[in-house]
Structures are given as structure tokens and as C-alpha cells.
Design a binder for this molecule. Structure first.
Ligand SMILES: *[C@@H]1O[C@H](CO)[C@@H](O)[C@H](O)[C@H]1NC(C)=O
Length: 314
């Protein structure tokens, strides 16, 4: 027991190799990701505030959207600021605790985001397939229930892997070839046999993303078939909302499933894909949902005019 404890303390920090070793590219990535990070935070804050401020958007669909924006903002914040800081400072270590924290949040937020996308699909399914019962089925309580369910899923998903990971002894190599700590990479560094744990991680993340993806695939297929059979003006609006949802789903799940379910990846492909679900999806969500959505655009315009007219009074 004592021996194990000593071994465990041998690695107190990990080295993150980052995205590239070329200095010129690092400067470029520093500017690029700083800009993108600021846009992610601003874009998602705008979504959250517009939904809060406009009473017309106080409906389950927009509450779920605002909650998705909150998750997106967090998903972009658990590793990206550290990466930007490292790019600028040339400093590339992360403490043992920092590494464990990153993995905890990656899977908490990733799992919650997946279930939130499922909740949004369920909401659209009821709105389009059972329009007459929508108000009674999607009550405030059901909406809050779906949000709680998605956070619970994320929490169970991350804890089921982290309880084993924090007991692993790390005594040897400590180089993580990525820009944040992720479970499959870090587990491989432990100085013990981690075969079973690696299987658990792949099964856990793989099954969750496959399950959510299949539910999403089926519900959006049914919705699309139903919308196709109606030919009215309402259905073209439904189609544009749906295409936004489906784009986000594909962009988020494609990389996740590829990393966790497909076992033959090279490190460089994994790195590019992890940029996708930690940086590009959180950026795209506000763009796709806000600027392609008429109600959101109108709400934004209303808030702007209100702000300008109240300023001109004083
Ligand atoms: C999440 O949804 C609930 C309503 O179901 C809402 O009260 C809350 O403000 C939302 N969270 C965010 C960050 O918008």
C-alpha cells in the first residue's frame, strides 16, 4: 500500500505536446484560437441573454437551446484557454490534478451535451408529430426534467470512468500527445495493466455516443418523413429548424464516434477531431441556431432597437 502511494506521487505533472511543434504555426494558432475562443463565449452568451430577455422565446425549445449554449461555452472553456496560454508562453505542462480535472469535465460536458441534443430532438419530435398535445406534454416540469437528465447522464458517464482512473499509478512516461488530457491517452501512461479500463472507456463513451446517435437518427428520420408528407409553409420553417439541428448533430457525433468507436486511429487524426468537438461545434451552435433562425434574429433586433431608443432618451 505504502509502495503504491509513493509510486503514485512520482508523476506530479504531465506534458501536453499541443497541436504542433512548429513555431510559426504556434503563433498562427495562438491568434486563430484566441479569436475563436472569444467568439464562442460571446456567441453563446448572446444566445443565453436573448432567450432570457425576450418573453416570446420562453418556450421549451429555446430553454433547451440556451442550456445547450451554456454547455457549449463550458466545453470550450475546460481546455482551450489553457492551450492558448501554453501556445503563447511555450509552457507545456499540466499538473496531475489539472489533468484529472480536464478529463472529468470533458466527459461530464460531453455526456451532457449528447443528452441535451437528444432532449432537443425529443422536443422537436413532439412539436412536429404531436402538435396538438405539445403544450401539455412539454410542460415546464418535463423541460426541467430533460435538462436534469442530461446533466445526470454526463455525471454518471464521467464518474464511471474517473473513479478508476484516479486510482491508477503513474510512474513512468508522462507525455500526452494532444492539447488536453483525454482518457484513452492518459490511461495508456499508467504503469499497470490497463487493458480492462481501456475497454471500459471505449465501451462507456462508445455506447453512450452510439446510443444517442441512434436515437437522434431515428427521431430525425421520422420527423423528416412526416414533414415531407405535409406541403405547407409551416413545413418549410420546420425543415430549416431541422436542418440546423441535424447539422449540429453530425458535426458533434462524427468526431466523437470516430475517436471512441473506431479503434484504428492515428494520433494526428485524433488531434484534429478533438479540435472539432471542443472548439468548432461550440462555435457553430450559436451561428447555426441564431443567425439562421428568424425568431432569434427578430429578438436580437428588438433588443438592439430597445437599447438604442432608451439611450437616445437620455
Ligand atoms: C435552462 O432551462 C431552464 C428552464 O427549463 C431555464 O430556467 C434556465 O435559465 C436555462 N439555463 C440557461 C443557462 O439558459
Amino acid at each position: 500500500k505504502q509502495m503504491e502511494k509513493e509510486n503514485h506521487s512520482m508523476v506530479s505533472e504531465f506534458i501536453l505536446l499541443g497541436l504542433t511543434e512548429s513555431h510559426e504555426l504556434q503563433v498562427f494558432f495562438y491568434l486563430f484560437f484566441s479569436t475563436i475562443y472569444v467568439s464562442i463565449v460571446l456567441g453563446n452568451l448572446i444566445v443565453i441573454f436573448v432567450v432570457k430577455l425576450d418573453p416570446q422565446l420562453h418556450s421549451p425549445m429555446y430553454f433547451l437551446l440556451a442550456n445547450l449554449s451554456f454547455i457549449d461555452m463550458s466545453l470550450a472553456s475546460f481546455a482551450t484557454p489553457k492551450m492558448i496560454y501554453n501556445l503563447n508562453s511555450g509552457y507545456n505542462t499540466i499538473s496531475y490534478e489539472g489533468c484529472m480535472t480536464q478529463m472529468f469535465f470533458l466527459h461530464l460536458l460531453g455526456g451532457s451535451e449528447m443528452m441535451m441534443l437528444v432532449a432537443m430532438a425529443i422536443d422537436r419530435y413532439i412539436a412536429i408529430c404531436k402538435p396538438l398535445h405539445y403544450k401539455t406534454i412539454m410542460s415546464n416540469r418535463v423541460c426541467i426534467g430533460l435538462i436534469l437528465l442530461s446533466w445526470t447522464t454526463g455525471f454518471v458517464h464521467t464518474m464511471s470512468q474517473m473513479v478508476f482512473t484516479i486510482t491508477l499509478p503513474f510512474c513512468g512516461p508522462n507525455v500526452v500527445d494532444s492539447f488536453f488530457c483525454d482518457l484513452p491517452r492518459v490511461i495508456k501512461l499508467a504503469c499497470t495493466d490497463t487493458y480492462i479500463l481501456e475497454l471500459l472507456v471505449i465501451a462507456d463513451s462508445g455506447l453512450l455516443s452510439l446510443f444517442c446517435f441512434i436515437v437522434l437518427f431515428i427521431s430525425y428520420s421520422i420527423i423528416l418523413i412526416i414533414v415531407q408528407h405535409r406541403s405547407s409553409r409551416g413545413s418549410s420553417k420546420a425543415l430549416s429548424t431541422l436542418s440546423a439541428h441535424i447539422t449540429v448533430v453530425v458535426l458533434f457525433f462524427g468526431p466523437c464516434i470516430f475517436i471512441y468507436v473506431w479503434p484504428f486511429n492515428s494520433v494526428s487524426i485524433d488531434k484534429i477531431l478533438s479540435v472539432f468537438y471542443t472548439i468548432f461545434t461550440p462555435l457553430l451552435n450559436p451561428i447555426i441556431y441564431t443567425f439562421r433562425n428568424k425568431d432569434m434574429r427578430n429578438a436580437l433586433r428588438k433588443i438592439k432597437t430597445k437599447h438604442i431608443s432608451s439611450r437616445s432618451i437620455f
